[in-house]
Write a protein that binds this ligand. Structure first.
Ligand SMILES: *Cc1c(COP(=O)(O)O)cnc(C)c1O
Length: 427
């Protein structure tokens, strides 16, 4: 097989032309800053598409998550205290297997992330592990959950656990814009939620994000906080902590041009997912799963999980990976290196936060409640293992899973070649 002449990307921006029209409009009318028609329009479109009450356009999904966590903190613990943030040293339950932008905002606001293990059915926060965490820390009042790779998590169960414990849900829908659960869009289940328009997401602004909420008061607060928290006065009057987080009207032009293509992007991503599913069905692998009865994912990234008994030996240190090729078996490292050799981009599964040096000492809960029990386990390459096997679900999926090239512009022929490459790894 020949190396791809042009790189096949994991997920790159797919532009359509209208983005340039709206950017040019911003330029020609000189609305080049954080006020303008494009911003107003994308906020309106976001409310229409998702069904949320209010949307506030911000500079990034991370900024939106920061504002969401701050709103939740102030709601539960009162006003932000200088030096202590809005969370003031309180614990917050967070998804564990996710991008670190889900969890970091908790620390920005002075909170301590308590990491909740993953389930195998949707690769998201395990409601049973969340329940275990509430058993140990019944006073926690905020839960931050992500919908990984565009697949809605177990919202019925998570919402039920939150309700029983009087906790607020913050939803990280950065990867799942357009995905729905019981026909309702992700990003509308949390009291405060975030979406992202980062360059590789389902639609992009090159950058950008949005806070979604049904509370007008909360939306107005974020509008104010994100523009440096100016009071209504003839001079720069400040009574609250401010941020420079508002979306630019130029960026909003890109988002505005992309929105009409959201459904088309989702259809393309779904075709990619289904083509992999069909093309790899004879191999000892499964696709990233979802609940067919309850959810419609946006299929942002297509991932596979290699059967445990089809894994060749693979070890990962903090910065490197090694594997030993075996006939009939493979591993994420072998597949990722093979793809790279052919000029195609895959990616490991998000390395769980409890395995990251920055969060390694934070509390962590699995569904058997063992938390970070080191008894009967040993530290290996930065991860806790029991009897040489992954000690928890997140670690196991990280060990056996990977993201395949899922770029919308990939041709059918290119995807078929990728399927062939994966087959080659198992020979
Ligand atoms: C991309 C992403 C974010 C952050 O969004 P940015 O716009 O890049 O700041 C947050 N959480 C998850 C799960 C993401 O994938």
């Amino acid at each position: 097989m020949k190396r791809f002449e042009n790189k096949v990307w994991l997920a790159s921006p797919t532009m359509h032309g209208e983005e340039l029209k709206f950017m040019t409009e911003a330029y020609e009318t000189n609305w080049m800053s954080t006020v303008g028609e494009n911003i107003n329009e994308v906020e309106k479109i976001t409310c229409e598409k998702t069904g949320c009450g209010y949307a506030v356009a911000l500079s990034a999904g991370t900024a939106a998550l920061h504002m969401a966590v701050k709103l939740a903190g102030e709601e539960v613990y009162g006003q932000t205290v200088p030096g202590r943030g809005a969370l003031g040293g309180h614990y917050v339950f967070c998804s564990d297997m996710t991008f670190d932008a889900t969890v970091n905002p908790v620390v920005y606001e002075g909170g301590i992330p308590v990491l909740i293990d993953t389930e195998y059915d949707t690769w998201n926060m395990d409601p049973a592990a969340l329940e275990q965490a509430f058993t140990k820390y019944p006073d926690v009042r905020i839960v931050v959950m992500a919908h990984l790779y565009g697949v809605p998590g177990k919202l019925d169960e998570i919402m039920d656990v939150c309700k029983r414990h009087g906790a607020i849900l913050v939803e990280d829908a950065a990867e799942s814009l357009g995905a729905s659960y019981h026909g309702k869009q992700t990003g509308t289940f949390g009291t405060y939620s975030a979406i992202s328009f980062n360059g590789n997401k389902i639609i992009t602004g090159s950058a950008g994000g949005m806070l979604l909420t049904d509370s007008r008061e909360a939306a107005e607060k974020v509008r104010k906080w994100s523009t440096q928290a100016r009071e209504n006065a003839p001079w720069y009057q400040h009574e609250e902590l401010g941020y420079n987080y508002r979306m630019s009207n130029v960026i909003a032009g890109v988002v505005r041009g992309q929105y009409p293509y959201l459904e088309e992007h989702i259809s393309r991503k779904k075709e990619i997912y289904e083509r992999y599913q069909e093309g790899l069905k004879d191999l000892p692998v499964t696709m990233n799963p979802f609940d067919e009865k309850k959810s419609d994912p946006n299929f942002w990234l297509s991932c596979i999980l290699i059967d445990a008994d089809a894994m060749c030996r693979q070890v990962r240190s903090e910065h490197e990976a090694l594997y030993q090729s075996e006939p009939g078996k493979s591993c994420p490292t072998e597949i990722l290196e093979t793809l790279a050799a052919y000029n195609a981009e895959g990616r490991p599964i998000w390395k769980p936060m409890h395995m990251q040096p920055i969060y390694r000492n934070n509390p962590f809960f699995t569904r058997d409640g063992s938390g970070r029990a080191l008894t009967n386990a040993y530290i290996s390459g930065g991860s806790v293992e029991r009897d040489g096997k992954p000690a928890d679900v997140g670690m196991d999926i990280f060990h056996r899973g990977l993201c395949l090239p899922s770029d919308i512009k990939m041709t059918v022929e290119q995807q078929e070649q990728i399927i062939e490459m994966v087959h080659g790894c198992f020979e």
